[in-house]
Structure formats: structure tokens, C-alpha cells
Ligand binder design. Structure first.
Ligand SMILES: *Cc1c(COP(=O)(O)O)cnc(C)c1O
Length: 393
């Protein structure tokens, strides 16, 4: 069914008329690559009965990812959160680790889960990434590390964070869950800090259904990561390290191989969608679509709309109106990790140090994109936004 045309406020579902879309449009609807290639891999996996435990498909996948990113080691894991936990442990982080609050909660949870205190530093409101000066302010004698997040696939201030880490003897790693295929100063994300952690969750630009990886150029660290993801086993009976079960299964690696072949098509579709949204929303009062630096690579997976400070109530009105039309825009990462449990109880005053996080959290929403978005839906979505934005000006 084609989308309903929205011209006046009476056309909006919030006024009782039917929603613009019969089926909900989701943020992060999974991209599925070459189905036949995937099913071919699955048949071979089933025939071989090698389903997991560092099988040939996982090994091939790791080599492909390492080559694609130009990094020495890719250690594939069952998901990005376990990959973060294992990387944090392999680096020996303890005490306090500085992270942004403006991120998916897994960044903070992966520390807290293992008895480490996430300390939230504020962001630069123009980049949504950690502000190096704010990071400096949060360093205490208990600080052992910094986890930078490349939010929306835009690189964190890598060099400035590395300088702070070097100056204070801290470990630096990156949550690169959004940044597969991104670059920093022309170099592929994956080689920065001690290691970088990828997520291949179904909702990410590139997915293995569930999955993640730690990528690094450090041989010794890669060895430790490989031990830790497989109970510390070296050979059949010899356990030489504490460990857990962080293994990626063969079918997930097969999904990764099939999707990697189709990744250029995903990138092209994302870029088209992003440009269409930017064009359709250009010049609207109080609305901007976050742009990506044309000099850097970015998957353009996230269509981030920011409402200006003068129109601060507009964001929630827009989200409500879009949801009524079956456009499930999301307020990522509202309200910020520091407002989520357990952190809001542990640090009830954390917000005092996070003015930019709080401002940005109140003003951002993410719109549906991806290869499954119907072609004419962007015009309809943007006409809803235009009606409300013009009404509020
Ligand atoms: C998705 C995501 C994660 C977690 O990855 P999973 O594979 O879902 O466990 C961590 N950090 C950020 C910023 C994410 O967006």
C-alpha cells in the first residue's frame, strides 16, 4: 500500500486519520546481503557439522574483516558487549574508566558488570563525541583507562585522547560499534588505541545477526583475547588463562561473509537515504540533519536529526507524531547512561558535569533508514516533520 499523502495537520494520524504507513518503519531494520550465498554457507556448515569453536567460516570471516580494515588481528566474538567486556579485562582495566554518557548503555554496563566504575565525561555538542577537556576533568588517582566511542560512526578525537592517556599512564580503547567502515584522518577505524571493539548486531550497518569483534595490531593482546573468549584453552586439555565463552558461531560468520560482499550496496543505499533526508529537511526552522565529513568515510547508517535549542519541545512532539504515523523514530541515546539504572542511583549528581550531554539528549532523534526503507517513504516522513516544524516556528 502506498504511503498516505500528508499536506495538512488534518492528515496526521494524531488527529485520528489513519497512519501514513500500514506497517511500522523501524530504525535499524536489518540489512540482509546475498541470501543465496548465505544459504550456501549454511548448507556447507551443516554438512561439515562444524558449527562453532573457531571453525573455518569464522576464521575466513576474521581474515576478511582484518583485511578490510587494514588491521593485523580480528578476534570475532558472540556480540559486541561480550567483546567489550573481554577487551576491558584483557587490558587489565580496574577502578575507574572514563566513558561518555552519550552512548548505548552497553559501553557503561561492560565496565560495571565486572566491578569497574564507569565515570561519565561530557561531549562536544558539535560532534556528539567525548570532549578531551571534559575527560581531563574526570581523571582521579583511581582512573586506569578511557573508552572513546565513535558515535554515529564519526571518529572520537583519537589523537587528543591518546595524548591524555599517554600523559596520565592510562589505557585507551574504543567502542567502534557504530564505526565499521569509518575513517579517522583517512585511516580506517580499527587500528586506534590499544584495541577497538566492533558490534555486528542485526541493527548495525553491517551485521552478523549477533556478533562482534575486537580488532588490534597488538600480537600479545590478540593472543590473550583469543584465550579469554574460549575459557582460556590452549589445545585440548590445557587451560592457561581465566576465560569465558565469547565465541562467534559459524552461521553468524557466514552471515558476515554474505553481508560483506553486499556492503558497498548497503553504503550506497544509506548515502542515498541520508542525502534525501538532508535535502527534504533543508532550510526548515529549528531542524538540522547531522552531516558527515565528506573527507572521512562513514556508513551514513544513522540519520540524526537535531532540533535547535529554541525549539526544545519540538523533538518530543515530532517523535509522538511520527510514531502515530507508524514511523518509529528513536531518541537515541536519551536520556544518557547517567540517567539509567544503576548509574542514576550511584551518581545522582552526574548530570552537573554533563551539560552538553543533557542538551543533546533532549534534542536528538534518529529516523529510519537502511536498504529496506521504501523509496517514497522519506518524502512522507519529511512532510510530517515539515508540518510540525513550521507550526512551531
Ligand atoms: C550496539 C552497541 C553496543 C553493543 O553491541 P552488541 O553487539 O549489541 O552487544 C555497544 N556500544 C554501542 C555504542 C552500540 O551501539
Amino acid at each position: 500500500m502506498p504511503a498516505k499523502t500528508i499536506r495538512t495537520k488534518a492528515d496526521l494520524a494524531i488527529n485520528g486519520s489513519p497512519p501514513a504507513f500500514a506497517e511500522p518503519l523501524h530504525v535499524g531494520r536489518p540489512n540482509i546481503g546475498d541470501r543465496e550465498a548465505f544459504l550456501g554457507y549454511v548448507n556447507r556448515i551443516l554438512d561439515s557439522r562444524w558449527l562453532t569453536n573457531n571453525g573455518p567460516v569464522v576464521q575466513a570471516f576474521e581474515r576478511r574483516i582484518a583485511d578490510y580494515l587494514g588491521v593485523k588481528h580480528c578476534v570475532a566474538m558472540c556480540n559486541g558487549t561480550i567483546a567489550l567486556e573481554i577487551a576491558i579485562r584483557a587490558l587489565g582495566l580496574t577502578g575507574e574508566v572514563i566513558v561518555p554518557s552519550w552512548t548505548f548503555v552497553a559501553t557503561a554496563h561492560s565496565l560495571y558488570w565486572q566491578g569497574i566504575t564507569p565515570v561519565f565525561a561530557d561531549i562536544d555538542p558539535s560532534t556528539h563525541n567525548l570532549d578531551p577537556d571534559a575527560v581531563r576533568r574526570m581523571i582521579t588517582p583511581r582512573t586506569t583507562g578511557i573508552i572513546g566511542v565513535h558515535l554515529w560512526g564519526r571518529a572520537a578525537p583519537v589523537d587528543a585522547l591518546q595524548a591524555i592517556a599517554d600523559e596520565h599512564g592510562l589505557k585507551l580503547m574504543f567502542d567502534a560499534a557504530h564505526a565499521f567502515g569509518s575513517s579517522y584522518r583517512g585511516q580506517s577505524i580499527g587500528r586506534f588505541g590499544a584495541c577497538e571493539v566492533l558490534s555486528f548486531h542485526a541493527t548495525k550497518a553491517f551485521n552478523t545477526m549477533e556478533g562482534g569483534a575486537v580488532v588490534t595490531n597488538d600480537d600479545e593482546l590478540a593472543d590473550t583475547l583469543r584465550l579469554m573468549r574460549n575459557f582460556g584453552f590452549q589445545g585440548y586439555d590445557n587451560v592457561v588463562h581465566p576465560g569465558t565463552n565469547g565465541k562467534m558461531i559459524e552461521v553468524c560468520a557466514a552471515m558476515g561473509l554474505a553481508n560483506l560482499d553486499g556492503f558497498d550496496a548497503i553504503l550506497a543505499s544509506n548515502r542515498r537515504n541520508h542525502a534525501a533526508y538532508r535535502q527534504a529537511l533543508a532550510g526548515l526552522p529549528g531542524i538540522s540533519v547531522l552531516d558527515y565529513d565528506p573527507a572521512e568515510r562513514n556508513s551514513h547508517h544513522y540519520v540524526v536529526v537535531e532540533v535547535s535549542e529554541a525549539h526544545s519541545t519540538l523533538r518530543d512532539d515530532l517523535v509522538a507524531a511520527l510514531h502515530a504515523e507508524n514511523v518509529l523514530a528513536r531518541k537515541y541515546f536519551w536520556p544518557g547512561c547517567h540517567e539509567m539504572r544503576p548509574y542514576r542511583d550511584l551518581f545522582p549528581h552526574a548530570g552537573l558535569m554533563l551539560p552538553h550531554t543533557r542538551q543533546v539528549a533532549a534534542r536528538v532523534m534518529i529516523l529510519p533508514s537502511g536498504t529496506t526503507l521504501p523509496e517514497d517513504s522519506i518524502a512522507t516522513i519529511c512532510s510530517v516533520i515539515r508540518l510540525l516544524a513550521q507550526g512551531s516556528a
